[in-house]
Write a protein that binds this ligand. Structure first.
Ligand code: BES
Ligand code: MN
Ligand code: ZN
Length: 490
């Protein structure tokens, strides 16, 4: 499928389907839209009237145009209120246009949307992202694997001019998002610590990144008792992945991304029960998947920033070798942890990964993790939690996320709640009381970062969607690769 920007205005475009975005407070067909309506024998006016199209965000209508028209079908997508236009409105509208054209078996599609902030490049990039992501279908595990639905051959973004650079950027980012989606959607018998390491290796090879894989013995030497405690019941070897992107010339900044990488979380001996969603715990490597997705995008984009992508990858399993609830582990910074719940394993793996990241002398660390069910209870499926005590970092991430169309809500690092994690026998327990469970998880992680500006993202909710949602399709969403890439580039 070819995707390009063009200077052609909507009045002159011809092809299978023309899709026009309309604001709910500007539905009148004036100016060139009046001319277009006339050219289409009044089809636009009819479409609005007959379907009672109100321009509400997310709504869309389509109809055939009578014979003799250079356009076979015309569609309208709602943009909501003019003043509320966001970059993500364009991303979603373009996605809706592409979905509709695909469903209607169109070969060529022209999309006419307003610019966000008068910025043709950012607008075109957002539209291209929406299209690429909405059209991505993961059929790897279907025996009939052809994507039979799509006949789309060419999509043109009208009146934006030649936006090759912006569209290339969108493609690069989407390749990272799609990698993350596919890693998350694949089950735990396909994506294992070994295959995660192989994926990192492929990225390193293809895009010239440096790769260091620490095997169990290497982790032992570094004293990573917390990570290895989680890994000890699995029949698969743990893999500590450290992928480094170094720019040519001097780096403008040096940062680390740390992703939780549990390729399956059974809960351990505190095993997840019926109705706990244990069968979804293949998604528990969503943080690592997004880190690898971002690494791929960064490898393609080649910015002037040094980035370390880190994940302590393993499964949380049960066997005769499993951690006992109550075991005491020693992390690589010397702190001791009483494991009062083996199902709070992500924070144990992250503890050693954060200590490792800080030793690299980076300017900032961002970790991302499907860390707690409590975060889903607090913020629902579409919003991730953001914890940081560094306001500059908080603002950077908030801005990167806004541009990416990914939602985060800043949560409190309420020091007092750490009292709930006090242990009689060790420096701390790994879980506190149920209330504020996402906050105590963040406070636990904090014990493993000394002085580097650090942010924690709990992505347990948005990492997966059961239904079509904007430009996401059912399955892994690839969240928050776009935010990470924007933040790295900022
Ligand atoms: N991977 C889970 C968190 C999770 C739950 C992610 C549901 C996605 C959907 C994590 O390892 C976990 O089990 N957390 C426990 C912590 C508890 C034992 C303190 C939880 O959230 O229940
Ligand atoms: Mn768990
Ligand atoms: Zn987990």
């Amino acid at each position: 499928m070819e995707l390009r920007g063009t200077a052609i205005p909507r009045l002159e475009w011809s092809g299978d389907c023309l899709t026009i975005g309309l604001f709910e407070d500007a539905l009148e067909l004036t100016g060139d839209l009046a001319d277009l309506d006339q050219k289409l024998f009044g089809t636009l006016a009819e479409l609005i009237a007959e379907f009672e199209f109100k321009g509400k965000e997310g709504s869309s209508v389509i109809t055939r145009v009578g014979a003799g028209s250079p356009i076979r079908k015309v569609a309208l997508v709602g943009l909501g209120k003019t003043e509320a236009l966001k970059l993500d409105t364009l991303r979603r509208a373009a996605a809706a246009a592409a979905r509709l054209a695909k469903k209607e078996k169109c070969k060529t599609l022209g999309i006419s949307l307003p610019l966000w902030n008068g910025d043709a490049a950012l607008s075109a990039q957002a539209m291209a992202e929406g299209i690429e992501l909405a059209l991505h279908q993961d059929t790897r595990f279907k025996s009939d694997s052809e994507d039979k639905g799509s006949k789309l051959e060419r999509i043109e973004l009208l009146s934006v001019g030649d936006q090759e650079a912006a569209i290339t950027r969108a493609r690069q980012i989407c390749l990272g998002v799609i990698l993350a989606r596919e890693l998350v959607s694949a089950p735990a018998n396909i994506v294992t610590p070994i295959t995660m390491a192989e994926t990192a290796e492929a990225i390193a090879r293809e895009y010239g990144l440096e790769l260091e894989i620490l095997e169990r013995e290497d982790c032992e030497k570094l004293g990573m008792g917390a990570f290895l405690g989680v890994a000890q019941a699995s029949d698969l070897p743990p893999k500590f992945i450290h992928l480094t992107y170094r720019p040519e010339g001097t780096a403008r900044k040096k940062v680390a991304i740390v992703g939780k990488g549990l390729t399956f979380d059974s809960g351990g001996l505190n095993i997840k029960g019926a109705g706990s969603g244990i069968e979804m715990m293949k998604t528990d490597m969503g943080g690592a998947a997004a880190a690898l997705g971002a690494a791929k995008a960064v490898g393609l984009i080649k910015p002037d920033v040094e980035v370390h992508f880190i994940s302590a990858v393993t499964e949380n399993m049960i066997s005769g070798h499993a951690m006992h609830p109550g075991d005491i582990l020693t992390a690589s910074n010397g702190k001791t942890i009483e494991v009062n719940n083996t199902d709070a394993e992500g924070r144990l793996t992250l503890a050693d990964a954060l200590v490792f990241a800080e030793k690299l002398g980076v300017e900032a660390i961002v970790d991302l993790a499907t860390l707690t069910g409590a975060c889903i209870v607090a913020l629902g499926d579409d919003i991730a939690g953001l914890w940081t005590e560094d306001d500059t970092l908080a603002n950077q991430i908030t801005q990167a996320a806004e541009q990416a169309g990914e939602k985060f809500w800043r949560m409190p690092m309420e020091e007092k709640y750490f009292e709930g994690m006090k242990s009689v026998v060790a420096d701390m327990k790994n879980t506190g009381p149920r209330p504020g469970g996402a906050i105590t998880a963040a406070l636990f992680l904090k014990q493993f970062v000394k002085e580097t500006p650090w942010a924690h993202l709990d992505i347990a909710g948005p990492v997966w969607t059961d239904k079509e949602n904007g430009y996401s399709n059912p399955g892994g969403t690839g969240y928050p690769v776009r935010t990470l890439v924007n933040w790295i580039l900022s």
